[in-house]
Design a protein around this ligand. Structure first.
Ligand SMILES: [Mn+2]
Length: 406
């Protein structure tokens, strides 16, 4: 590990050991990397004698953060998100809480000494190659107490789940965690045709990490508003069982039913609106009780389907419920927009013949007072107020018209 990161983690772990209040407010993401991160920290803080109040978030929404930082004298931890918004968190925190960020996405340094941004991106590691949030949390947990080394297989599970490989193999810190898990007899690293397979030894026998990672993704995504993340964290620490299998089956059935209904609507044509460059649809609350990640999952799964025009950008809207499980009611009154492109448009974007989604969605969102989080050239998502859907599309068309894109 980079020496400076280890030192920063050690210093923060020492501050935790001296922290007067033995309780921690833990926020973590809902995908397999986020759930394993939440599990590792829940166990590590539990062992250190802390009461852990854990909440799973799909995103660190500003309205949630505003509520979180009404507190004072608390220990607050964010895992698998928030690295980039450390300056905003610093302003909200204003020295009043000890706040720790264990993320691996693009990061900005904190500006409040009481906010510790331990995102390895700030220490020369690459979050999309060397280290996941699960591995970051694991390394931090080991600084708290070397007994937490037994959590290496949970970290390895998150690393495989996030899907960053070099030549089909985990790399750098992620790889070292897998090797530690293997030394402990909890993981087998097996050569496969195009790299490596990672097999976890669980109470029910060997399971591929890739398979268990997808299992967790469904619990956390499709099950977000149905205690799926709680079940996911339990699976990370204790293994899958009949109850988690049953929940998975129900969630898969829900997803199947909801998606098929949406496909039928899109096929019938009435749900799909088309402008010069964009095709868009609004699922409202029909995807409930699945999380708002699912609008992105839907667009991703069907981006090449025949009910979409391969030449137009795809945009799906889903209403964000005014409630965060395990946290409380929050009036968002917002919709999430997820955008994807067909293979054909993808080739045009990659060759520079078409603009990437990140060149117009965040800009248009900003003009409407919305919130941009994760925007890349081929996948992008932001949020705006309910009712601004058509205005957002119009704003994007305006930007596209002003660019040289025909
Ligand atoms: Mn992650």
């Amino acid at each position: 590990m980079v020496q400076a990161l280890r030192e920063a983690m050690r210093a923060t772990a020492a501050d935790i050991a001296k922290w007067p209040r033995r309780r921690v407010r833990l926020f973590h993401h809902n995908d397999s990397d986020g759930l394993t991160s939440g599990a590792i920290l829940t166990r590590a803080f539990g062992r250190a004698g802390f009461e852990v109040r854990r909440s799973c978030l799909e995103k660190p929404y500003p309205k949630v953060l505003a509520r979180v930082f009404e507190e004072e004298g608390e220990l607050i931890v964010f895992a698998d998100f928030a690295g980039r918004i450390a300056p905003m968190i610093s302003e909200l925190n204003a020295g009043r809480n000890l706040t720790i960020i264990l993320d691996h996405h693009k990061a900005s340094p904190a500006t409040d000494p009481m906010v510790r941004n331990l995102d390895p991106e700030l220490f020369g590691l690459k979050g999309d190659r060397d280290i996941t949030a699960s591995t970051t949390c694991y390394l931090f947990a080991c600084q708290m107490d070397s007994a937490n080394r037994d959590l290496a297989p949970v970290a390895a599970l998150g690393a495989v789940g996030d899907g960053f490989f070099v030549d089909g193999r985990l790399a750098s810190e992620n790889r070292r965690v897998a090797e530690e898990a293997a030394r402990r007899g909890a993981l087998r690293i097996v050569e496969s045709g195009d790299g490596e397979d990672y097999i976890l030894e669980t109470p029910r026998g060997p399971v591929r990490c890739a398979e268990l990672g997808a299992y967790l993704d469904t619990l956390g995504g499709a099950g977000y508003y149905r205690s799926g993340p709680d079940m996911g964290v339990r699976v990370c620490l204790e293994g899958a069982d009949e109850a988690s299998d049953e929940m998975l089956r129900e969630l898969e059935a829900t997803q199947q039913r909801v998606f098929q209904d949406q496909i039928r609507r899109l096929r019938q044509g009435g749900d799909l609106h088309k402008t010069a460059h964009i095709q868009w649809f609004q699922v409202g609350e029909r995807f409930s009780p699945m999380g708002v990640k699912m609008i992105g999952v839907f667009c991703e799964m069907y981006r090449n389907a025949d009910f979409f025009d391969p030449a137009r950008f795809i945009a799906g809207f889903q209403v964000i419920p005014n409630h965060i499980p395990g946290f409380g009611d929050i009036r968002f009154d917002e919709v999430k927009i997820s955008m994807r492109v067909s293979d054909r448009l993808q080739a045009d974007i990659q060759s520079g013949r078409a603009p990437g989604l990140d060149t117009f969605l965040p800009e248009a969102t900003g003009r409407l007072g919305g919130f941009s989080d994760a925007c890349h050239s081929l996948t992008a998502a932001t949020t705006v107020a309910i009712g601004k859907e058509a205005a957002l599309i119009a704003e994007m068309e305006k930007i596209l018209r002003q660019s040289s894109y025909p």
